[in-house]
Design a protein around this ligand. Structure first.
Ligand SMILES: *[C@@H]1O[C@H](CO)[C@@H](O)[C@H](O)[C@H]1NC(C)=O
Ligand SMILES: *[C@@H]1O[C@H](CO)[C@@H](O)[C@H](O)[C@H]1NC(C)=O
Ligand SMILES: *[C@@H]1O[C@H](CO)[C@@H](O)[C@H](O)[C@H]1NC(C)=O
Length: 292
């Protein structure tokens, strides 16, 4: 019986063709009750952690972070305790990025010069540069995630170019983007078209024409296919909410109906979840990690 099952399984795998393995990217930082970074990385479930958010920058403003109840970035050394935790995550092979933007804030790039200035600030404050004021301490983050959802649509491509230019052999500056699923993304389309983004976690939620809804996977799969076939990015992630709401996919639907389809693409990078807080609460990644 077991042999027969194995034979059938092998045949099925042959018919299905190549299936690609992926990781889980998680957003951390917007809820003080989601546990520490080290706890998140200690679960061994995540491949990428986005620290969210730097939500005020550009246009000559003094940049500001918001890490909800975790710490107060405006108080000297309030958040530097996360430096050791970032290094701990990185020692486990997990990439840690700073996410800039978000749904609430005040950010925009007023010119190419402004994009250059912001890139320099990010390099010196969070990446491999030096600054007397590093809110996350001396840990060198792996890169920058663009979650641009408001303000002006201009100059994000320039910021991407300036940041990528800081890459050195053995110390890549990774770029990630979190566009909405309609193509092109209003804010990030031009930037993503530079082809400079290492990871693109598409938000397949809050957008019914390209999200899962009412048990229907058609719009989602069609959109996935457009992303993987038309957008110049090599690692595309299926971005999902880890809690009920627009675009939420029950874990069994994801693992049985959706992952087997989207994993056929060589551009499949894995699943992105918003957010660590909801994931802790609902155990979403526990239910899907073995299938991702
Ligand atoms: C450049 O960025 C810094 C933040 O690092 C900001 O305080 C300053 O106002 C910016 N300069 C200009 C000319 O926009
Ligand atoms: C955002 O910042 C700009 C420039 O500092 C300022 O003029 C504007 O009033 C701010 N907008 C909001 C919504 O705070
Ligand atoms: C699923 O959605 C697609 C696209 O909107 C539609 O054409 C199709 O009829 C739907 N399928 C079902 C079973 O409702």
């Amino acid at each position: 019986m077991a042999n027969k099952c194995n034979a059938i399984l092998s045949l099925l795998l042959l018919l299905v063709g190549t299936s690609h393995g992926g990781g889980i990217a998680i957003y951390w930082g917007q809820n003080g009750n989601e546990g520490t970074l080290s706890e998140a990385c200690g679960t061994a479930k995540y491949s990428h952690v986005n620290i969210a958010f730097l939500n005020k920058f550009g246009n000559g403003q003094t940049p500001e972070m918001n890490l909800a109840g975790h710490c107060n970035p405006s108080i000297l050394n309030s958040c530097t305790k996360f430096s050791a935790e970032i290094k701990d995550c990185q020692s486990k092979g997990i990439k840690v990025l700073l996410s800039i933007g978000g749904g609430i804030g005040n950010y925009s790039l007023s010119s190419i010069q402004d994009a250059r200035n912001v890139s320099k600030f990010l390099w010196n404050t969070f990446l491999g540069g030096k600054s007397p004021s590093r809110p996350l301490g001396d840990a060198v983050l792996d890169g920058i995630d663009f979650d641009i959802e408001l303000g002006s649509t201009a100059n994000w491509d320039h910021l991407a170019r300036f940041l990528k230019a800081y890459s050195r052999r053995g110390r890549e500056v990774y770029l990630a983007a979190a566009p909405q699923c309609p193509i092109p993304d209003r804010f990030l389309g031009t930037a993503i078209n530079t082809g400079l983004f290492d990871f693109v976690w598409v938000q397949f939620y809050n957008n019914p024409p390209c999200s899962y809804a009412n048990g229907n996977i058609t719009n989602l799969l069609n959109s996935w296919s457009r992303w993987t076939n038309t957008v110049p990015a090599t690692n595309i992630f299926l971005g999902l909410p880890a809690a009920a709401g627009s675009g939420y996919i029950p874990p069994d639907v994801l693992t049985n109906q959706i992952l087997p389809e989207i994993k056929k693409s060589p551009k499949y990078g894995g699943v992105m979840l918003w957010s660590r807080f909801y994931d802790v609460k609902n155990g979403y990644s526990d239910s899907i990690v073995s299938s991702v």
